[in-house]
Write a protein that binds this ligand. Structure first.
Ligand code: HEC
Ligand code: HEC
Length: 245
């Protein structure tokens, strides 16, 4: 029943054409938007604080190589990026590499509080800066893979990402206002999760929403999609850590 209603609502606005892509904060309620900007009312700051502590922890700390975390300014705006060995890394993947290869420690693990904390603390240093990922050279095939995934109809509902996030942005769906589906606010604290979560966790929720295959956290599919979303957001501000209902 609800599916029929959902589809009827969405079909009315398909083929509306490529509308303007707006910063995600424009789609938040005024209350949530204000709270996202205010560390004293943003529960995600518990992770930021933890991330800053982790940055300094241990003998071979992140800080021992990189200096003050303030020097990470602008980094999140450039990720995902292709590493020297040709792998596409998002910020989480880059941190895990430093953890294992430079610190000689076991990986934190995707979606662990430690990795979310470090990712949030580093991303915060780019807050307000314009997204500017590289998509040429070795990144080009990843961008194309991401674009294909974005444009392909998926799942039992047979919907492509853009049928919600382009054609129906600004409309309500199950109590949410549909945004342009950018990754700029992640990791984000989501009240429904009662905690911090990664972009890939959110993507899994969208895949489930259309009854499509949910790829693994950190999978090549979601990494390519993340690069495509970052390119879509080119010039728009990093908003992480976001706050969501
Ligand atoms: C022993 C030195 C060392 C330690 C310790 C280290 N890193 Fe790195 N990090 C590097 C180097 C070198 C690079 C450049 C890429 C490479 O060659 O691996 C890098 C790159 C990065 C980048 C990407 C920067 C950019 O401009 O693209 C991030 C983010 C990062 N490290 C985070 C961390 C975090 C978080 C920790 C702690 C968990 C950490 N690093 C620990 C040496 C280190
Ligand atoms: C049936 C409609 C629908 C489809 C199809 C859909 N999403 Fe979503 N998506 C939503 C809703 C609703 C939300 C929550 C409100 C919002 O932030 O847009 C959301 C949230 C998101 C967010 C988080 C935005 C934020 O800042 O919190 C991203 C990123 C996203 N979607 C990407 C995708 C991608 C990529 C696909 C295709 C694989 C996709 N979505 C497919 C409905 C959809």
């Amino acid at each position: 029943m609800r599916r029929a209603v959902l589809l009827a609502g969405l079909c009315a606005a398909t083929l509306a054409g490529a509308a303007e892509i707006r910063p995600t904060r424009d789609y938040l309620s005024p209350e949530l938007r204000a709270q996202q900007q205010d560390p004293s009312r943003h529960p995600g700051w518990l992770w930021v604080d933890e991330g800053e502590a982790l940055w300094r922890r241990g003998e071979t700390s992140c800080q021992s190589c990189h200096g003050d975390i303030a020097r990470m300014a602008g980094v999140a705006a450039r990720y995902p990026a292709v590493a020297s060995d040709g792998a596409l890394l998002n910020l989480e993947g880059r941190i895990e590499r430093c953890r294992t290869q430079h610190q000689g420690q076991p990986a934190f693990g995707y979606e662990s509080d430690e990795l979310l904390a470090l990712t949030a603390a580093i991303a915060l240093r780019s807050r307000g800066m314009p997204m500017s990922v590289a998509v040429d050279g070795p990144a080009a095939p990843f961008l194309e893979a991401g674009r294909r995934l974005y444009e392909t109809r998926q799942g039992q509902l047979n919907l492509a990402c853009g049928q919600c996030h382009d054609d129906n942005a600004g409309r309500r769906l199950r109590g949410d206002v549909i945004s342009n589906g950018l990754g700029t606010g992640y990791p984000a604290y989501r009240l429904e999760w009662n905690g911090m979560g990664s972009l890939h966790r959110r993507l899994r929720a969208c895949s489930l929403g259309v009854r499509a295959t949910q790829f693994d956290l950190g999978s090549p599919e979601y990494l390519a999609l993340e690069l495509f979303l970052a390119d879509r957001a080119r010039g728009l501000p990093v908003e992480a850590p976001g706050l969501r209902r």
